[in-house]
Design a protein around this ligand. Structure first.
Ligand code: ARG
Length: 578
């Protein structure tokens, strides 16, 4: 199936060609929803842009295109508006049919614009021997939502957890382990003990340069595959992964690959040699560097990236160049997406500039998200304290708070296991949605009360809207999976149907723009449209005519399907009862 926008855009294309504009000097932009529904449902700016480019009257071009538009069942009327826009009003019966078809389709009538394309998405990517902090939570949640959306669009997606598991910190840890380890503490909370050892090393090394020498030697041992260094490193990786996996299990995150920085170690000398041989990198006072200039991109004037330090060590950049090469060789992806906080913006600009010089063909995208701030006194009270909050604690706390609310309704939901499942979905959903409903670029403030609020643009509000659909369907004895005829009579019904039919377009836009919040906003609008419909159009009351009731139940069932789809793409668990 095509989306509404696609269908209309194709009609405009055909009409423009018929009106003599086959070789247009401007690209065809897709039709978009009108801002004011009084002017129609969708708008095309093609004639306007054509007229401008051809230096003729855009309104005349628009009239000619309109006259050439082939008839289509979806289109009730078309008007030329303003300086040369084409405004489409869609046919009620055709919309009802389209929605009935979408609702009966497991993919909700969505096309597969990503079919035949491969996309690698690099997200979460925490650092071994450190706690996964709230920044990694953002990467995990945003990455997981994008991962799901791209798969839904038909991309062949490879999700890769690019762990920080290599380099001198591990040499330092080995030295610290030998000198200061506390086996008992390691048994209780291994990552806490590793953190303590690392900090102790930093403190002691400040006064004792010999320690740093030893750390370098241990790092070299590790890189040479020396068995003792290797087995300690494996232990550090294992205990850290066990902690990360708790979070992933809880959040339902699954990676196709977990290729940390260590996976690329053997490639690094070759990468540096190649960069030198191609003249992309140069030797500079014993180091190897890449110099950038304005032509490499805004902000890169006079920038320098080190790819081999004076002591011979490779860098984060070298590893990422090797990683690109590996990914290109193995999957020939069309797109590679990286999800990290905005502090790495420069790094990725430089990396992409090096990739461009190497002739890498993939579309490289950095999703640079803002920082997560903690509303005072709320999360900071957690056991680990100090701003770095353990994710498992955050998730537990969210579920605990949700549980307290659900338990107040124990008389309505007597089954204890069901209340626990509801609290899990609501608590985790609230944490996710609080993040995903914001533009990734903005900083986000972590605020429990706002997150778990029943009204406004929150997870709870959306989950309720979905559960309300199910409760109506249960009362009526209707299974939402069964195809039903629809009719759109009341304006609120029409608005709701249009919102539902736009869902596939929104998923595509949100994924390509790397902005899950566009999908969140749409779902919020959808829930509001449903609520307006619910107030205006009785469904289950006795005096509703059977045919009207049937058609409205069809709309409720379609809403349940659309909401569930959208919520799942964001990683939420839609509940049938709450
Ligand atoms: N481990 C890094 C960090 O915690 C993120 C890695 C992102 N991915 C990449 N290919 N550089 O900051």
């Amino acid at each position: 199936m095509s989306t509404l926008s696609q269908t209309l855009t194709e009609l405009v294309q055909v009409a423009a060609a018929a009106a003599g504009h086959a070789d247009a000097p401007v690209a065809l932009e897709p039709c978009v929803p009108t801002t004011d529904p009084a002017h129609g449902d969708y708008q095309s700016n093609h004639a306007f842009r054509l007229g401008k480019a051809l230096r003729t009257n855009p309104r005349q071009v628009a009239e000619a295109v309109r006259a050439a538009l082939p008839a289509h069942p979806l289109v009730a009327s078309v008007e030329v508006a303003g300086p040369g826009f084409l405004n489409f009003r869609l046919d009620d019966a055709a919309l009802a049919d389209a929605l009935a078809t979408a609702a009966a389709d497991p993919r909700f009538g969505a096309p597969l614009p990503g079919a035949g394309r491969t996309l690698v998405i690099d997200y979460s990517s925490p650092n071994i021997a450190k706690r996964m902090h709230v920044g990694h939570m953002r990467s995990t949640l945003i990455g997981q939502a994008l991962d799901r959306m791209f798969r839904f669009l038909g991309y062949a997606v490879v999700s890769d957890n690019h762990l920080g598991d290599w380099g001198t910190p591990f040499g330092m840890l080995i030295v610290a382990w030998d000198r200061w380890r506390d086996e008992e503490a390691f048994g209780d909370d291994p990552v806490a003990e590793l953190l303590r050892l690392y900090q102790r090393f930093r403190a002691e090394a400040a006064d004792d340069p010999a320690l740093m020498e030893q750390a370098r030697a241990e790092t070299a041992n590790l890189q040479a595959g020396e068995p003792r260094a290797r087995s300690l490193w494996e232990r550090f990786v294992a205990v850290s992964m066990a902690e990360f996996d708790q979070v992933y299990r809880r959040l339902g995150v699954r990676f196709d690959e977990t290729l940390g920085e260590s996976a690329y170690d053997a490639m690094l000398p070759g990468v540096v040699d190649d960069l030198l041989a191609r003249g992309i990198a140069v030797e500079d006072e014993g180091a190897v560097i890449v110099r950038f200039d304005e032509a490499d991109g805004k902000g890169l004037k006079d920038a320098v990236a080190v790819v081999r330090k004076r002591d011979g060590a490779a860098t984060y950049t070298t590893t990422d160049v090797a990683t690109i090469r590996y990914r290109m060789d193995r999957w020939t992806p069309d797109v590679i997406v990286y999800v990290t906080d905005v502090r790495q913006k420069q790094h990725f600009q430089q990396l992409f500039a090096i990739a461009a010089r190497l002739g890498v063909q993939a579309d490289l995208r950095h999703v640079a998200f803002g920082m997560l701030k903690l509303a005072d006194g709320q999360v900071a009270a957690s056991r680990s304290g100090g701003g770095l909050v353990s994710l498992v604690e955050v998730l537990d706390e969210a579920v605990r708070r949700a549980r307290a609310v659900v338990d107040q309704r124990a008389d309505e939901i007597p089954d204890e296991a069901e209340r626990a499942a509801i609290a899990e979905a609501v608590g985790l959903g609230a944490v996710r949605y609080a993040d995903l409903s914001q533009n990734p670029q903005s900083d986000v403030t972590f605020d429990w009360d706002k997150m778990l609020a029943l009204t406004g643009n929150t997870a709870v509000y959306l989950l309720y809207a979905h559960a309300r659909c199910w409760s109506m369907l249960r009362t009526a004895g209707v299974d939402p999976g069964t195809p039903r005829p629809l009719a759109l009579i009341d304006p609120t019904e029409r608005t709701l149907a249009l919102s539902l039919l736009r869902l596939p377009e929104i998923v595509a836009t949100a994924a390509e723009a790397a902005r899950p919040n566009l999908l969140a906003d749409h779902l919020f609008g959808l829930a509001q449209d449903f609520s307006a419909f619910y107030l205006a159009c009785p469904v289950l009351k006795d005096d509703v005519e059977p045919a009207v009731r049937e058609a409205r139940l069809g709309l409720v069932a379609a809403t349940a399907r659309g909401m569930a789809l959208g919520l799942e793409l964001l990683g939420l668990t839609p509940l049938q009862r709450m």
